[in-house]
Design a protein around this ligand. Structure first.
Ligand code: SAH
Ligand code: SF4
Length: 406
């Protein structure tokens, strides 16, 4: 989401006649797109502020802050930035840059300056109505607002015409897309429509909320041509007590049933997830339930976070009673379980031929991802396949990476 925000902001800068530099030391203006999901992201900004103050002692430097910032941080950061603006209110930025862009320009209507020539992020909604008790998003980004379907289709169409190969649809809860629209559009309507666009491309979507995922989505996914059999389904915890305290509105049993239904209907599906360890009150027994569910579902990747109290959220009122060391220990335990699962599962892929989108290179290797989002390493070839789909034979596997040849 931050990357997508930054791409839109970059385009406003470009329209204002400014050039981008990747080197901070050369910049006249720096802009930070903050993430408040965890305290570590905010701490990094405080570190940067120090660096910028040193630069400012020697030469002029304009600093701007946007993205997801909690009110409490905004107050503290106010004096260090020349401009702070809400991500949905770019008119403040355009005014600030003294351009003649209409000041009522809407964020979604800005044509982003995509960072890549073959992968793009397309927001389908902003904000969230769920108020999971640990989460800063509803406070930093406000309530859920869906983007009109025709606007999304136009953006995706334009990307495919430009030969983009991978599009990622973004929303905090894609399954509630359209609830606020007048015309009854749903998320499945949207993806069916996107799938009709002709071309060689694949589309991912983040994030699904287990409480809102529809049977219709599970039924149509395997029938679509451009949507890999891949679902990101955040679990957060395997304990009903913790799930309730997180305000997630599902139980471990319901989550498992949903995962089973997905596996049954979507052949060779990859399910990834988000998990938080060390939520207030998480006992050894609660944590054990998370481990259990990890084994049962066999995630193809979990993003494991250590709980970080966010000021102003409901959970911030609970005592953050799991020590840093214990959170670290639980994080390591889950990572070890996952490593074992993946070592086992990835071995089964050796000998298979898979389509891989090559997205980067390092020394004498190319890297890319399969449809179900596994990283593949390949030896370099004479012709550069970056940004291309290639057919790859998997010749070896490790827990976090597959090795193949074109
Ligand atoms: N809307 C998405 C996720 C948004 S934030 C969803 O509901 O799935 C991405 C992930 O960050 C969350 O799934 C959660 O695992 C993690 N996260 C959010 N707030 C957190 C906090 N206070 N501490 C630790 N992890 C957190
Ligand atoms: Fe945060 Fe929950 Fe909304 Fe995701 S669904 S953004 S975790 S409040």
């Amino acid at each position: 989401m931050n990357k997508s925000d930054a791409e839109r902001i970059a385009s406003v800068f470009e329209d204002a006649g400014l050039n981008e530099t990747k080197k901070e030391s050369e910049a006249d203006i720096v802009i930070t797109v903050a993430c408040s999901v965890r305290q570590s992201g905010i701490n990094r900004i405080y570190g940067k502020i120090k660096e910028w103050q040193d630069i400012r002692a020697k030469r002029p430097l304009t600093t701007i802050l946007s993205g997801c910032v909690l009110k409490s941080d905004r107050k503290k950061m106010n004096k260090f930035f020349d401009l702070i603006f809400e991500i949905n209110d770019v008119s403040k930025l355009t005014d600030f840059l003294e351009t003649n862009i209409a000041s009522e320009q809407k964020f979604f209507q800005i044509h982003p300056k995509y960072d890549s020539t073959f992968q793009a992020y397309v927001p389908i909604s902003t904000g969230c109505n769920n108020f999971c008790t640990y989460c800063a998003v509803p406070y930093t980004r406000g309530r859920e607002v869906s983007r009109p379907m025709d606007e999304i289709i136009t953006e995706v169409q334009r990307l495919i015409e430009k030969d983009y190969k991978e599009i990622t649809l973004l929303g905090q809860n894609v399954n509630s897309y359209g609830n606020d629209l007048k015309d009854d559009t749903t998320f499945t309507d949207l993806i069916k429509k996107i799938d009709e666009i002709e071309g060689t491309y694949r589309v991912y979507f983040y994030s699904n909320h287990p409480k809102d995922m529809s049977d219709e989505l599970i039924e149509i996914l395997p029938k679509l041509d451009h949507f890999p059999h891949y679902i990101h389904l955040p679990l957060q915890s395997g304990s009903d007590k913790i799930l309730k305290s997180m305000n997630r509105h599902y139980t471990q049993k319901q989550y498992l049933e949903l995962a089973e239904k997905i596996k049954k209907n979507v052949p060779e599906v990859a399910i990834t997830t988000d998990i938080i360890v060390g939520f207030p009150g998480e006992t050894e027994e609660d944590f054990f339930k998370t481990k259990q569910i990890m084994e049962k579902v066999g995630f193809s990747m979990p993003f494991i976070a250590k709980y970080s109290s966010r000021p102003g959220t409901v959970a911030a009122k609970l005592e953050d009673n799991i020590s840093k060391e214990e959170k670290e220990k639980r994080w390591r335990e889950l990572t070890a379980i996952q490593k074992e699962i993946l070592s086992r599962e990835n071995k089964k892929l050796v000998g298979e031929n898979l389509m891989v989108l090559i997205d980067s290179e390092k020394k004498d290797k190319y890297y890319g991802r399969t449809d179900n989002y596994k990283v593949v390493e390949l030896p370099k070839k004479q012709t550069d396949p970056i940004g291309q789909f290639v057919n790859v034979e998997i010749i070896d596997s490790e827990a976090w990476i597959l090795k193949g040849k074109i």
